[in-house]
Design a protein around this ligand. Structure first.
Ligand SMILES: [Zn+2]
Length: 489
């Protein structure tokens, strides 16, 4: 049995003006997909390796830190190369796609995941089973539900189940191939927009809703139930939550279960809220500075690089300096000019900087500071959810606080990142990271975590975002709207 693996997995903030280029993504070809313990892909590989009669055909997989939309030419090249590899190495008994679900391509004017998935379906023909894996923050379409045979999506946020999800999709694909099944999928778009931070799966109602999927999966005839939170920093008509249920052969059962799940989600729509502590930047800094529990991790949620924002804003740093904060660590600021300036002067020098000079996503007041250059760092390879080569960086000391600037956008989301930047992730008082919800490795060591409701292209206050293309009737913008999962179409 010959099974191919391929895909593009990236989340795109369409409000960010910085397009993702070739150098922002990592391309894995052939055996590199199997050798690198890759997020999403590794679960598929694990399952395929368990069956001796399976030949794994690793084709091409592309991933990267969430970013602005992909540059059009780069996307078209990757798509063409993927289809070319399918033609050269096929035919296959089955195909696995490791996708995210919230990819956007500059100038494409349609859902990029749909474009890619439908192209793959056309290339392999209608008879070959196609298994697709998603992050639960994807914006799924009806065309995707029609193009795929079996599906899987994460059930945890923060994500800790990429391995299980990939494993499940591969397992179902093998089952479908072996039993020559023709599964039936029902899809429902739920008109709800919520930031992922309001659907963290340790907190109600996401906790119960996601737990219940395991129960639905046990119903005889059901292959898989999927609930997608969606990705709201995407101005598109296909943005929003969705439910997708696949049954062995019974479409009416798939319909009935998806309607039930979608209705339960709709009925709880007003309960989705931030489970973590939140604050405006001034209040958050004051609370952190006077906290008896240390370290305090502050998330700069409006400039969250793990949601695709540029990471160029120095707003929180400026507030810390104004508040005379000491012993704070501010990491992951995208500032290529600052890095170049420091590289010219060398370690040990003191330089004059104007914070805010490199803001591209938000204009704001600038602040002059003196910075001691503590370390100038080389690019390094980083594993984790966004494996790839991080750019050059500098660690500066500004008013007794440590600050890192990078010449490439970065999502600092593992303890290893801190080690590579020469920073202890536990011993300082305050850490500022460009995240929304705090990533699992930091959650474990933070004594306190506050999500700062800062402005930027990943603003948690959706009213602040310049939406133009999203559907007209969406909760919470139309807070009193009616909707019924049985009237879906
Ligand atoms: Zn996600």
């Amino acid at each position: 049995m010959k099974i191919a693996i391929l895909g593009i997995s990236i989340e795109c903030d369409t409000f960010s003006p910085i397009l993702a280029q070739k150098e922002d993504l990592t391309i894995y070809r052939g055996n590199k997909l199997i050798e690198n313990d890759l997020w999403e892909v590794r679960g598929m590989v694990k399952r395929l390796k368990e069956s001796e009669q399976i030949t794994i055909c690793p084709l091409l997989w592309v991933t990267g830190l969430p970013a602005g939309p992909l540059e059009r030419k780069f996307y078209e090249n990757i798509k063409e190369e993927s289809l070319q590899r399918i033609r050269e190495e096929g035919p296959f008994d089955g195909v696995l796609l490791a996708m995210h679900g919230a990819m956007a391509v500059d100038g494409l004017n349609k859902s990029a995941d749909t474009d890619f998935i439908v192209s793959v379906r056309q290339a392999i023909g209608n008879e070959v089973p196609l298994g697709i894996e998603f992050d639960l923050h994807g914006n799924i379409t009806k065309e995707i539900a029609e193009a795929g045979t079996v599906f899987g999506a994460f059930r945890t946020a923060p994500h800790v189940d990429d391995l299980d999800t990939g494993y499940r999709v591969a397992d179902q694909l093998i089952y479908v191939i072996g039993d020559r099944l023709k599964p039936q999928t029902y899809f429902i778009k739920i008109p709800i927009f919520i930031p992922g931070e309001k659907a963290v799966t340790h907190y109600s109602p996401a906790k119960e809703l996601y737990q219940s999927l395991y129960e639905y999966d046990k119903i005889p005839g059901v292959l898989q139930t999927i609930l997608m939170v969606g990705f709201v920093w995407c101005d598109a008509e296909w943005t929003g939550m969705s439910v997708l249920v696949t049954c062995k052969n019974d479409l009416s059962l798939a319909q009935q279960i998806s309607q039930e799940i979608a209705q339960r989600v709709w009925n709880r729509r007003k309960d989705f809220s931030f489970g973590m502590e939140t604050a405006d930047v001034e209040t958050g800094i004051k609370t952190a500075s006077t906290s008896s529990e240390k370290p305090v991790y502050l998330c700069d949620s409006g400039d969250n690089t793990t949601a695709g924002a540029a990471g160029d804003l120095t707003l929180v740093l400026q507030h810390l300096i104004k508040n005379n904060a000491k012993d704070a660590v501010v990491t992951g600021i995208y500032g290529p000019e600052t890095v170049r300036k420091a590289q010219k002067q060398g370690e040990g020098a003191v330089i004059d900087l104007v914070l805010g000079e490199e803001h591209s996503t938000l204009e704001e007041k600038k602040m002059k500071v003196k910075a001691l250059i503590e370390e100038i760092g080389e690019p390094f390879y980083q594993k984790g959810p966004y494996p790839g080569l991080e750019g050059s960086w500098v660690r500066l000391r500004i008013n007794d606080n440590l600050v890192t600037f990078h010449d490439k956008r970065i999502g600092i989301c593992t303890l290893e990142h801190f080690e590579k930047l020469g920073i202890d992730p536990r011993c300082h008082s305050i850490y500022v990271v460009k995240q929304g919800y705090l990533f699992p490795q930091f959650e474990k060591i933070a004594k306190k975590n506050i999500m700062l409701l800062t402005p930027g292209t990943s603003d948690m206050n959706l009213e602040n975002l310049p939406y133009k293309k999203i559907p007209k009737s969406i909760f919470p913008f139309q807070s009193d709207m009616n909707w019924n999962s049985e009237k879906n179409e």
